[in-house]
Design a protein around this ligand. Structure first.
Ligand SMILES: Cc1cc2nc3c(=O)[nH]c(=O)nc-3n(C[C@H](O)[C@H](O)[C@H](O)COP(=O)(O)OP(=O)(O)OC[C@H]3O[C@@H](n4cnc5c(N)ncnc54)[C@H](O)[C@@H]3O)c2cc1C
Length: 361
């Protein structure tokens, strides 16, 4: 697709945050260009938990039925079991929503769906293979992006630039926004194991001495997270794949008949868990959202949904200033209200989950 010479809003990155913001602004008639450094959305596992809050959004946009017609699995219960026989069940059955489940759908299908829908609006442009390499700045204000594609380097002037380029965002570094970093004391190995059709559709957490395993239902396979103390990945690998398989079976004995499908360590991907957040999300002409503003722990599968909430808040606050050609710092500052929205929604979600303790002993 031909790149426009300038735009009203340039968005760096087409993950959940950039795709939804691009959709919402284009729907409001704002010229928007989303720049994505990859040609497609196919990535390693990036999480695929579409929570009720996001399904509600799609419903408000009139897209929920079509979205839920795409292949996905529904989970309305999370079950946590210990090797000692304790069990905790978390149910979404009382979530105040018509969607009382989490829809598990590969992130690339979600992004293809949203960008296809956004493409119906003439003011939406998605530039693939376009890597943002810096910001255009004049008099201390951000005035667009510099990017690189197969034809070379280019400039795209914009009234507003949004950094939705994820946890290693180049735009927030270029905007020199202050960041605090914390590191939860865990890392995660991700891998797949076959799933039988007759197995219960749920999210399972398994806890044993020094071990935590989370199993996510992906129809024909389990996406498994093996959580371990930070920095111990090399030690676990050094003990060998057989010892690793035994650890898995120790907390999830029903997987004994399929752990052999892990052939070598290439089947096991390391996620170094990092949590950070900007203490200010904006500077004149620039706003960071999603993981670029706050990389989250994978616990709870919230990252995609919170990134989308940021995009919704930004669109609600900014579409009018963008349409008048004036985006004041004060409007950008109001977008940090996303933080409040997030915590209110999260509290509401937690309050409406029924905790059902039981013991098998
Ligand atoms: C292994 C793993 C498992 C996870 N599991 C879950 C889960 O189960 N549930 C959940 O909700 N969240 C999960 N997350 C977190 C979730 O993926 C993120 O919180 C979410 O994707 C953030 O969305 P985003 O749009 O802000 O950023 P991202 O999804 O990171 O998207 C950023 C986009 O910007 C592009 N980009 C980056 N740099 C540039 C550049 N310079 N120029 C142009 N484009 C660029 C990237 O290619 C990418 O497409 C997981 C994360 C990981 C790593």
């Amino acid at each position: 697709m031909a790149a426009p010479a300038s735009t009203t809003c340039a968005i760096a990155g087409c993950g959940p945050a950039g795709a939804i913001l691009g959709f919402l602004l284009a729907r409001a008639g704002i010229d928007v260009v989303v720049l994505e450094k990859h040609n497609d959305f196919l990535r390693d596992f990036r999480g695929d938990t579409i929570h009720p809050s996001t399904l509600e959004l799609l419903d408000q946009l009139g897209l929920a039925d079509e979205f839920l017609a795409l292949p996905h699995s529904k989970v309305s219960a999370v079950r946590i079991e210990t090797t000692g026989g304790e069990a905790l069940r978390i149910s979404l059955e009382r979530v105040p929503s018509k969607f009382r489940f989490i829809a598990f759908m590969p992130q690339w299908d979600f992004l293809e769906f949203v960008t296809r829908k956004a493409g119906r609006f003439p003011s939406f442009t998605l530039l693939r293979n376009a890597e943002v390499i810096g910001l255009l700045e004049t008099g201390g204000a951000v005035r667009g992006v510099r990017y690189r594609d197969a034809a070379g380097e280019h400039e795209l002037p914009a009234l507003l630039t949004v950094g939705a380029d994820g946890r290693t965002a180049v735009t927030r570094d270029a905007a020199r926004l202050p960041r605090v970093e914390t590191s939860p004391p865990i890392d995660v190995f991700w891998f797949r194991l076959p799933r039988r059709a007759d197995e219960v559709a749920a999210v399972f957490g398994r806890i044993g001495p020094g071990l935590l395993l989370v199993m996510l239902d992906r129809n024909d396979y389990w996406q498994v997270a093996f959580v371990f103390p930070k920095g111990k990945g090399d030690e676990i690998r050094a003990r060998g794949l057989d010892a690793f398989r035994r650890d898995i079976v120790r907390v999830a004995p029903e997987l004994a008949d399929r752990v052999d499908s892990l052939h070598d360590w290439d089947d096991v991907k390391l996620l170094t868990v990092r949590v950070d957040r900007l203490t200010r999300w904006h500077t004149t002409g620039y706003l960071a959202i999603g993981d670029a503003a706050h990389a989250m722990s994978p616990v709870g599968g919230l990252g995609i949904n919170v990134a989308i909430q940021d995009a919704v808040t930004a669109a609600n606050v900014l579409w009018r200033p963008l349409s008048t050609g004036q985006v004041a710092d004060e409007a950008l500052a109001r977008c940090s209200a996303a933080v409040n929205v997030r915590f209110v929604c999260f509290r509401r979600f937690k309050a409406s989950c029924r905790l059902d303790f039981s013991s098998r002993r």
